[in-house]
Design a protein around this ligand. Structure first.
Ligand code: RIB
Length: 346
């Protein structure tokens, strides 16, 4: 059993050890690792033989990142229980692992206090950069963090209002796609299970839904019944049905849920009430996480390109964290797509 409190048996090897073993300067070892074209072939062989003999593992990628000396990058999501984020993470991890960087994963659980605490811990760990889905609308503290030399990229949130790099999906378009789909099926009473409007993704999806209703020449006040959920979970999705008139004339015939986990709960609630999907109520979600296609009925959803979102965010962070003089802040916005399945098919 390893006693984690016992000092490591072996000091971590450094380039100094390799230089001493090979009989060259530390600069020569650094060049052998990062710019071998500058080192004479014979010296290069000697250095590489010492690296092999000593079992030295260079951490060169971390040193290429500005500021932080750590080999980990912070990734802060809003809700680690939401499969959307667990499906974005592999894209991030794949790209960072190519730079031999690790993820320090935190979940703010939509708490500003938790977010602030984790940001402080990450900064104390001197991470060179942080990918973050902010818990609230105010991100001035992230701009200040960037000003202290920590790379910051907004994940799943547009950044035009902050000069920070950002990677997001066009959620207004996503809401519009959902609305247009349900309207095209003839639905004129749509219940929208949404999150708090301070959550940018929720506000944008609502904006898109309203846009689609207006584009159809209809009145959003008459078509949309919005229920605001305190959290985007299956439990709240099921509980929200209590706040809807599910029977009689004028009841909604379609349910648009702000994400697939909310839709999962709503489907369970409809089933427990004997309300058929899509016979009595069409249902659609958002994210198109893995389980959406596996449900019965399979869930119509708005697909977010999660793998690409993660990879692009990691790429942008590596650039931002390097602090290249010619790096300019950029915002990458991906487009969502409609995935029609049984839960809305007539
Ligand atoms: O974080 C809440 C939601 O916003 C997630 O389900 C995902 O849709 C994200 O974009």
């Amino acid at each position: 059993m390893t006693d984690i409190h016992k000092p490591a048996e072996r000091r971590r090897l450094s380039m100094v050890d390799v230089a001493a073993h090979a009989g060259v300067s530390v600069g020569t070892v650094s060049n052998a690792l990062n710019r071998p074209e500058l080192v004479a072939e014979r010296t290069l062989r000697r250095v590489r033989a010492s690296i092999k003999t000593l079992g030295f593992v260079p951490s060169a990628p971390a040193r290429q990142l500005r500021g932080g000396t750590g080999r980990s990058v912070g990734v802060m999501v809003r809700d680690i229980g939401n499969p959307f984020f667990s499906e974005v993470l592999p894209g991030i991890e794949t790209r960072l692992s190519q730079e031999h960087l690790l993820l320090m994963l935190c979940s703010s659980s939509d708490s500003l206090e938790k977010e602030a605490y984790y940001l402080q811990v990450l900064e104390q760990h001197r991470v060179p950069g942080i990918l973050i889905t902010p818990a609230g609308p105010d991100i001035s503290h992230l701009v200040e963090l960037r000003g202290r030399g920590v790379g910051v990229v907004l994940l799943d949130r547009p950044g035009a209002d902050s000069q920070l790099c950002a990677v997001a999906v066009d959620n207004v378009r996503g809401g519009e796609l959902a609305g247009a789909h349900l309207l095209s099926l003839g639905h004129r009473r749509i219940a929208f299970l949404n999150g708090p409007s301070i959550v940018r993704q929720c506000a944008d999806r609502r904006e898109g839904l309203v846009k689609a209703v207006r584009a159809a020449g209809l009145d959003p006040e008459e078509v949309i019944t919005e229920i605001t959920l305190p959290a985007l979970t299956p439990h709240e999705g099921e509980a929200a049905l209590e706040r809807l008139r599910l029977g009689g004339k004028g009841r909604p015939t379609a349910l648009f849920c702000v994400n697939d986990t909310v839709a999962l709960g709503a489907l369970r609630g409809l089933e427990s009430r004997g309300i058929g999907v899509p016979r009595d109520m069409a249902v659609m979600g958002y994210d198109d996480v893995e389980f959406a296609a596996l449900l019965s009925p399979s869930l119509t959803s708005i697909r977010q390109p999660k793998q690409q979102l993660g990879q692009a965010a990691a790429e942008l962070l590596l650039t931002d964290a390097r602090g290249d003089a010619n790096h300019w802040h950029q915002e990458i916005v991906f487009q969502p797509s409609l995935m029609v399945r049984a839960s809305t098919s007539t």
